[in-house]
Design a protein around this ligand. Structure first.
Ligand SMILES: CC(C)(COP(=O)(O)OP(=O)(O)OC[C@H]1O[C@@H](n2cnc3c(N)ncnc32)[C@H](O)[C@@H]1OP(=O)(O)O)[C@@H](O)C(=O)NCCC(=O)NCCS
Length: 189
């Protein structure tokens, strides 16, 4: 059974074939791809393979990723077109541990959508899926994602300094995390 989450402005659900044109368009943007695992050559065929490989369960099993698409709730504000996505990966080695990634199409930057979507996904994982720990990481040069992780209230765990050979250079990864008890404490405050 597939998940559908709602926040104040968004509907969040696994991406499907109809989302592919918008998904490919923003993945091919050089600014969007700069710190991400794909390149500007990302194709509709790549996207279809990703859609076809989406887990059928609402939450990914160990080692699996699900790509949740973000859509405007209010069609008058935007449309049902894909605005961005949140990737949820289940740690292959540790139970109840998830990694998140986020991407927004450039037209939707600077409006709080990434924060809103990640808040909803974190609440879902903690409240409904029994998550123990949620992690995110970002390239040290990727200022918007570092600011976002801080805004979300994630705890900075450290940096893997020049530990990642990425697109032809050593890069530093900043790692952030949130435990279930930290999430509960933040709700009570
Ligand atoms: C990472 C990324 C999603 C962050 O996007 P973002 O637009 O900066 O983040 P948000 O959607 O949370 O928006 C926050 C901004 O909206 C502003 N904002 C405007 N209206 C708002 C509202 N109603 N509610 C909340 N914030 C609002 C905030 O003040 C903030 O502005 P600031 O950056 O000037 O401080 C985006 O830069 C991106 O897609 N990058 C490429 C992909 C990537 O590298 N991803 C990281 C891999 S994990």
């Amino acid at each position: 059974m597939s998940v559908e989450l709602r926040s104040a402005r968004l509907v969040i659900r696994p991406i499907v074939t109809a989302d592919i044109p918008a998904f490919v368009a923003y993945r091919r943007d050089p600014e969007i791809a700069r710190h991400q695992s794909w390149s500007t050559e990302y194709s509709a065929t790549d996207a279809q393979a990703l859609v076809d490989g989406q887990p059928r369960t609402s939450v990914p099993s160990a080692g699996e990723w699900v790509q949740l698409g973000l859509h405007a709730r209010d069609a008058a504000v935007g449309s049902s077109a894909l605005m961005g996505d949140v990737a949820v990966g289940a740690d292959p080695h540790q139970p109840d541990t998830y990694e998140l990634g986020v991407t927004l199409a450039p037209a939707h930057h600077g409006q709080g959508y990434a924060r809103e979507a990640l808040d909803a996904v974190i609440d879902w994982l903690m409240e409904r899926q029994g998550a123990h720990r949620i992690v995110m990481q970002g390239d040290a040069r990727n200022a918007p994602v570092l600011a976002l992780m801080r805004r979300l209230g994630l705890r900075h765990e450290g940096a893997i300094v020049e530990g990642d050979w990425f697109k032809g250079a050593w890069s530093t990864l900043e790692r952030f995390a949130l435990l279930d008890r930290e999430w509960r404490e933040s709700r009570e405050r």
